[in-house]
Design a protein around this ligand. Structure first.
Ligand code: G
Ligand code: G
Ligand code: MN
Ligand code: NA
Length: 254
């Protein structure tokens, strides 16, 4: 199915879609970025979740192609967004686009070259793009991955650690890796208002990110209580603020 979905000649219904979820500055409620999330439909039109097809893409070597398709779609979407919403871009900080990267992807190809080429095709600047990597990716990574990340950061692309708090050795990595932001895993957000340990962890990560001058996104905000419990200087993402959609929109009008 994955192979068919990526094949432009394929006649069936199988296809790769990308949906976009907004991220907001909690203080100004301004839209700061969209996260691109890959979706797959099989020939019967049924949805297959990334948790199932990303591992298959990695094992079959299709991950590089999939990753480039998502990156291209994401940058194209950002260009269209900015054209349609010039005021968003003019009002201070322009809206950026965040794309998830898997470990294998970064191991297999020269990421800096792939990313530069994609940015060039869409006439976007490196600062317009954020690459999201999970902690586990960073843990598995050897020196070649470190070099790749260094090159990307050198280029000016943002690097965010996704699902932060669920991996290991996170603090050590924050000190040594060329990282620009952390995204607090939604498992902490979900229990933050009912469990003291979770709320302590969220607060500690937020303070750490601030001290290290890193961006901080709190993921998975689903309720007003969770929103109220967060300091306004962080960024937020979650169903309360905006759901992933094929045509991105700035939905948080509250
Ligand atoms: O969107 P959803 O919750 O179903 O995503 C599940 C997981 O799949 C998340 O960890 C997300 O980061 C990952 N994911 C979504 N889209 C992509 C993609 O384009 N590339 C990679 N490598 N991972 C993705
Ligand atoms: O691991 P990563 O952060 O990339 O995963 C992103 C996934 O999280 C997306 O598939 C998205 O659909 C999902 N997601 C985004 N916001 C929420 C939320 O508020 N609640 C839940 N349960 N999932 C969310
Ligand atoms: Mn992510
Ligand atoms: Na995450």
């Amino acid at each position: 199915t994955l192979r068919s979905a990526l094949d432009p000649e394929h006649r069936g219904a199988a296809r790769l879609n990308v949906v976009y979820q907004p991220v907001y500055d909690l203080d100004s409620r301004a839209l700061t970025s969209f996260e691109a999330l890959a979706r797959l439909r099989d020939d019967e039109g049924a949805g297959i979740t990334p948790d199932r097809f990303i591992p298959v893409a990695e094992d079959t070597g299709l991950i590089s192609e999939l990753g480039e398709r998502v990156l291209d779609d994401a940058l194209g979407t950002l260009v269209r967004w900015r054209t349609a919403n010039p005021l968003d871009s003019d009002s201070g900080v322009p809206v950026t686009i965040a794309v998830n990267l898997s470990a294998r992807q970064a191991q297999h190809v020269d990421m800096a070259a792939v990313v530069s080429a994609a940015l060039g095709r869409h006439r976007m600047a490196p600062a317009d793009l954020i690459l999201e990597l999970t902690e586990s990716v960073l843990l598995e990574s050897g020196s070649s991955m470190l070099r790749q990340l260094g090159e990307l950061r050198e280029l000016g692309v943002g690097i965010a650690i996704d699902d932060f708090g669920t991996g290991f050795a996170s603090l050590r990595y924050l000190a040594t890796l060329p990282v620009s932001a952390v995204k607090i895993d939604r498992s902490f957000t979900a229990t933050m208002t009912s469990d003291e340990t979770s709320s302590s962890i969220v607060r500690a990560i937020i303070n750490l990110a601030r001290d290290l001058e890193l961006g901080c996104v709190v993921e998975g905000i689903e309720t007003p209580d969770q929103l109220d419990a967060l300091p306004s200087f962080v960024q937020g993402q979650g169903y309360l603020l905006g759901r992933p959609a094929e045509v991105p929109s700035n939905t948080w009008i509250s």
